[in-house]
Write a protein that binds this ligand. Structure first.
Ligand code: FA5
Length: 353
């Protein structure tokens, strides 16, 4: 159906009667939408789902369009005659943004195991974003996180002002706030990096976990990651750690979670099961992960220099930290392919959540 056609028709309607007629024309039992839906039998099987989704989206759009136009027309009419006895119009309801929903959910998951939600500045000094994290001025690791600087005079000891490229700037602040561990922090804040592609936006959110206490080990870290993965992504989701490098953790890891689309096998099984000629399970490669695993983000044991800078003795205490992207976990949970949609302001996308 020509999308412009219905827009023009609905827009040029001048009365509620005309709009009612258009409603029947498009949404009625013999209307255009049902005609489109009735042709679904002629669509190839693999395209049926997408076709159905598109027609349903169109239906919602037309419904909304007519609803809004009816409001406009009745308002114009009411300027002439206002009937106080008419029932009120039901305005479309708003809802929380997909990122706000995820922040609420993640906060609750960590609060349940004693973590305290904090929010540290998204505009900070170089000291918080780098120096306090074992990345002295001029250190090449600083280039790994491309940074936007604010055009104000530098602080004599804290350096230049930056838009924080990660939530790790909260680590030093939290250590200095708590002074003596235990620390169980979940820091959720906006971060900024000059990127723009399907998996990167210039503004994005990270959530940073920090746990410091006596006898904290990688086993605690792994247990917490497993707990988070099962709560957020669903029962049965597993995590694995791969060696990596961050200047502020030692040892450092990348965390992967098992893909729920293929149950971590990387293969969508053949209905009859069995093995192919090479002895691999029969089936096709999973389109979501390709390998059975999806990359979640960075983690590791807090570097002794970072503890020291926060005023905490590394002889007495140890800790771990992680930093994951909120947009990325949403993407992984719902199988989305472009995080730029989150910020497009397109209500049709946002209404799905
Ligand atoms: C860091 O930012 C580390 N600070 C994480 C960390 C914390 C490691 C504590 C160890 C201990 P990285 O640059 O990999 O790491 O970013 C972490 C996550 O942020 C990425 O996996 C990604 O999900 C998200 N991310 C990074 N840049 C962007 C961007 N431009 N848009 C959206 N998400 C992003």
């Amino acid at each position: 159906m020509d999308r412009k056609k219905y827009e023009i028709e609905i827009n040029s309607a001048k009365s509620l009667e005309q709009l009612n007629e258009l409603e029947i024309k498009y949404l009625g039992r013999n209307g255009e939408i049902n005609k489109l839906l009735s042709t679904i039998k002629d669509i190839p099987d693999e395209e049926k789902r997408e076709y159905g989704q598109k027609v349903n989206l169109l239906k919602t759009e037309i419904k909304k369009y007519i609803e809004i136009k009816k409001l406009i027309v009745s308002k114009q009419k009411s300027e002439v005659f206002f009937d106080k006895t008419m029932p009120g119009k039901a305005y479309p309801k708003g809802s929380l943004h997909i990122v706000s929903l995820a922040i609420e959910e993640i906060t609750k998951i960590f609060e349940k195991i004693g973590f305290i939600r904090v929010s540290y500045p998204e505009v900070d000094w170089e000291y918080g974003a780098f120096e306090s994290l074992n990345m002295p001025s001029g250190h090449p690791a600083r280039d790994d996180v491309e940074t936007s600087f604010i055009d104000v005079p530098a602080h004599s000891t804290l350096g230049k002002m930056v838009l924080t490229p990660h939530t790790s700037n909260g680590q030093n602040r939290e250590m200095k706030r708590v002074k003596v561990p235990p620390i169980r922090m979940i820091n959720i804040s906006k971060c900024y990096r000059p990127n723009w592609d399907p998996t990167h936006t210039p503004m994005f959110y990270q959530f940073e976990g920090l746990c410091v206490d006596k006898n904290i080990t990688i086993a605690n870290l792994k247990g917490t990651l497993d707990y988070f993965a099962e709560k957020y992504f669903g029962i049965g989701t597993k995590t694995r750690l791969r060696p990596h490098h961050f200047q502020f953790t030692e040892p450092s890891f990348e965390v992967d979670i098992s893909c729920n689309n293929c149950q971590g096998t990387g293969i969508i099984g053949h209905p009859q099961g069995g093995q192919n000629q090479k002895g691999h399970p029969k089936g096709v490669r999973c389109k979501v992960c390709k390998s059975g695993w999806l990359e979640l983000g960075g983690t590791g044991m807090v570097h002794p220099n970072v503890l020291k800078e926060g005023g905490i003795s590394s002889a007495e205490f140890s800790g771990w930290a992680f930093g994951f992207g909120i947009e990325r976990v949403i993407m992984m949970k719902y199988g989305l392919d472009d995080i730029r949609n989150y910020y497009s302001g397109d209500i049709r996308f946002l209404e799905q959540f």
